[in-house]
Design a protein around this ligand. Structure first.
Ligand SMILES: [Mg+2]
Length: 360
């Protein structure tokens, strides 16, 4: 099945409130992969705040599309390796991997559609529903707003809620966690995310003070570039550390695992190399009994988590854009159900394509 054409476009999708207070929207660089069998795969990669979108698109159009066009769409592994090895000098972090990921996601969509099977079954079905955690809790929120958001998730059967650490006054963060724990009671798990804001000493101080808050995980304590420091925090605090949303490919995750930097890994299918590489990362982590809880993109990560034995939770953000998808993912009793449609099962709604495409 030959790839005849790859149409690249960009969609700028505004965030719904309240996320829009944090960043206005995200860009989706879309690659529609067409084949001589008439099957079209939807590949895309999402850039938060639109950061780097034009560069990802240029890399995709200039370096990847010419390499992939005319190839056999079903040779996903070979195409992945060629995209990876083709890069000279940018290194497989950041822009090149975002671009590769879009193609890989589109190729798995084609494989599923050609086999008339959902991707999660082709990847090795492990479960037919995956638990989610509710995410949001931006720094601007009051404690009442945090509790309200958590209760909104709880009403949907969700048992885990995550919010941000990083207010300038360190003790204020500790107090916020204590107050939210008190308000929610002990039957809801709480996760916190420092978003790389603090140094090792501050994280250890905060992590130790939060010991009695019964936290599920403590995310991205330090700069993602410094794996040794993350491992230092993980060894010193009594809360499991999660990290990986800013890591790329199996090599980056190998380094996190070898350093014992985290008990939960948060790969992002758009940043780490599509379905192909996310599965490799998940299997590598399984050999160390490290769990996978992917970063955002629940509409695709639901298929990954349905296919791996060491999946923990899928992240669902409060205030995700509405009307983006033909078949939006829906929380059912605290879980997402992987799509039964062939391929990855996702397609942008006609309305979203019309309203958000900025450069077809
Ligand atoms: Mg995070």
């Amino acid at each position: 099945m030959k790839i005849t054409d790859i149409a690249v476009s960009t969609m700028d999708v505004p965030n719904a409130p309240p996320v829009s207070t944090y960043y206005a929207g995200s860009s989706y660089v879309v690659a529609r992969i067409r084949t001589d069998a008439g099957i079209e795969g939807l590949g895309y990669t999402m850039l938060m705040g639109g950061m780097g979108a034009s560069a990802v698109r240029a890399y995709l159009e200039d370096n990847i599309v010419p390499l992939v066009t005319e190839r056999d769409a079903l040779q996903i592994g070979a195409i992945w390796a060629d995209m990876y090895e083709n890069d000279r000098g940018l290194r497989k972090k950041g822009i090149p991997v975002y671009a590769m990921s879009a193609i890989d996601i589109g190729l798995w969509d084609i494989l599923g559609k050609s086999a008339d099977k959902p991707v999660w079954q082709l990847l090795g079905a492990h479960r037919d529903k995956v638990p989610v955690y509710g995410s949001g809790g931006f720094l601007s929120y009051t404690v009442d707003e945090l509790v309200e958001e958590a209760e909104g998730f709880r009403k949907q059967g969700v048992g885990h809620y995550k919010f941000k650490l990083g207010r300038e006054n360190v003790m204020e963060n500790v107090e916020r966690v204590r107050e939210v724990r008190k308000a929610l009671g002990d039957d809801m798990e709480i996760l916190v995310d420092a978003n790389q804001r603090w140094d090792v000493a501050t994280n250890i101080r905060v992590g130790r003070m939060l010991e009695d808050c019964n936290l599920f995980w403590y995310e991205e304590p330090v700069l993602a570039d410094n794996i040794a420091q993350c491992a230092e925090v993980a060894a010193a605090i009594p809360i499991p550390v999660a990290t990986g949303e800013n890591e790329y490919t199996r090599y980056g995750f190998r380094d996190l695992i070898e350093a014992r930097a985290a008990q939960y890994l948060n790969p992002d299918i758009h940043r780490c190399g599509g379905f192909t590489e996310t599965m490799r990362i998940a299997h590598l982590a399984a050999a160390y009994d490290v769990k996978i809880a992917p970063h955002l993109v629940p509409e695709l990560h639901v298929s990954v988590l349905a296919a791996i034995p060491n999946g923990a939770l899928v992240e669902v953000l409060a205030g995700s854009p509405e009307n983006l998808w033909e078949h939006p993912v829906e929380i059912v009793d605290g879980h997402l159900l992987p799509p039964e449609r062939p391929g990855h099962g996702m397609e942008f709604s006609a309305e979203a394509v019309r309203d958000y495409t900025v450069d077809g």
